[in-house]
Design a protein around this ligand. Structure first.
Ligand SMILES: Nc1nc2c(ncn2[C@@H]2O[C@H](COP(=O)(O)OP(=O)(O)O)[C@@H](O)[C@H]2O)c(=O)[nH]1
Ligand SMILES: [Mg+2]
Ligand SMILES: [Zn+2]
Length: 343
């Protein structure tokens, strides 16, 4: 491995840590090359090894560390430290990893009509599920008409998650992102199309590397980012830009929801009955908080809706697991030349 400035190896500059070194010992002993996925294509990925960039066959997420086989294909994906995922848009009950091995996930909304606490709750749930630290970034501060009120509305649902207001145009507030951009750390930018993800990356890069949407006549950003891509900033951090998502269907569990709604969860814990349905039971802390206005009705309804969504997801995952199991048993029976006993 070639040494770059300050004793940081070319691989460390890509976010390599002892976690990945330990996970790849066996592969490296076989002389196999390891690299980090920078861009995802259909059935192929662009991999940075620190010495070169290669396009190889295989499926992996941006940010993944992968082992390359000698023919130039992905042989293995090293265990992830974190992964921001969504329910696949294919219609199948599958996880789609949007960004892997990320330290912080920056959840972007732009000031003005894009400010949406309900959408943020959804992104926060996905962020808590990822294992990376969530951070909220409100963009286009230069266009904000009521910045203080917008920040307040968002802080109400962000709870202890930090909220930063920035403008990629004027540069205002950008220094507040410095703590997440330490050398070797990876941040992923997530949010609807047009919130200014690519513009922010370009600003941090100090160069117009990523395509951004020029304003259309209707004032909305165009959908321009087609690939998820990982770029290194001059300061040594790695940033994953993602294409805007029209909607984020959750791939998450109950724990992520409880972190997102820690305020609701602590009320639930105060209910007199452990299995309180928050409907008619006496001593219900949730109903009391709704009545006093301590808990906003819209937030509680949002919590219930996401809870139902995740319960539906869990049921679909269970059903799929059963179907998969039955299919693989049938295949094994066929291999043994026996008529299937499993329907
Ligand atoms: N006024 C203003 N416009 C911005 C800012 N950041 C991005 N934009 C504009 O918003 C549009 C969408 O930006 P883009 O970076 O492509 O959004 P993305 O889809 O999230 O990557 C473009 O026209 C940008 O010029 C900002 O801080 N201030
Ligand atoms: Mg973009
Ligand atoms: Zn209750």
């Amino acid at each position: 491995m070639c040494e770059a400035r300050g004793g940081v190896s070319a691989r460390e500059a890509l976010g390599w840590t002892t976690w990945f070194a330990e996970a790849s010992v066996e592969y490296e002993a076989q002389g196999l090359e390891v690299g980090r996925v920078a861009v995802q294509h259909r059935g192929a990925v662009d991999v940075l090894t620190g010495e070169r960039e290669v396009r190889v066959q295989g499926v992996a997420a941006v940010g993944d560390w992968v082992v390359l086989d000698p023919r130039g294909a992905v042989q293995a994906i090293l265990p992830r430290t974190s992964a921001f995922s969504r329910l696949s848009v294919s219609g199948r009950t599958e996880e789609q990893v949007v960004a892997a091995n990320v330290d912080s996930v920056l959840l972007l909304q732009s000031f003005g009509p894009d400010i949406n606490p309900r959408r943020l709750e959804r992104y926060l749930a996905a962020a808590w599920q990822s294992g990376a630290a969530p951070v909220v970034v409100l963009t286009k501060l230069d266009l904000a008409e009521t910045p203080a009120e917008d920040v307040e509305r968002i802080e109400e649902v962000a709870l202890d998650v930090p909220v930063h207001a920035v403008s990629a145009l004027s540069g205002e507030g950008l220094e507040s992102l410095d703590p997440y951009l330490a050398p070797g750390s990876t941040v992923a930018l997530l949010g609807s199309s047009g919130v200014g993800k690519s513009t922010l990356v370009n600003r941090l890069l100090g160069a117009d590397l990523l395509r951004t949407g020029s304003l259309r006549d209707d004032g909305k950003g165009r959908h321009t980012t087609v690939n998820r891509e990982l770029v290194s900033l001059p300061g040594g951090a790695l940033v994953i830009d993602t294409p805007g998502m029209r909607e984020l269907q959750l791939w998450a569990g109950e724990e992520a929801l409880e972190k997102t709604f820690a305020d609701v969860a602590s009320l639930v814990a105060e209910c007199a009955f452990a299995d309180c349905g928050h409907e008619t039971e006496p001593g219900c802390a949730v109903r009391a908080a709704l009545a006093s206005g301590e808990l906003a009705t819209a937030r509680y309804e949002s919590f219930r809706a996401l809870q139902r969504e995740l319960a539906g997801l869990a049921a679909r995952r269970d059903a799929k697991a059963v179907a998969d199991e039955r299919r693989s048993r049938r295949r094994a029976d066929r291999r043994r030349g026996r008529p299937s006993e499993h329907g």
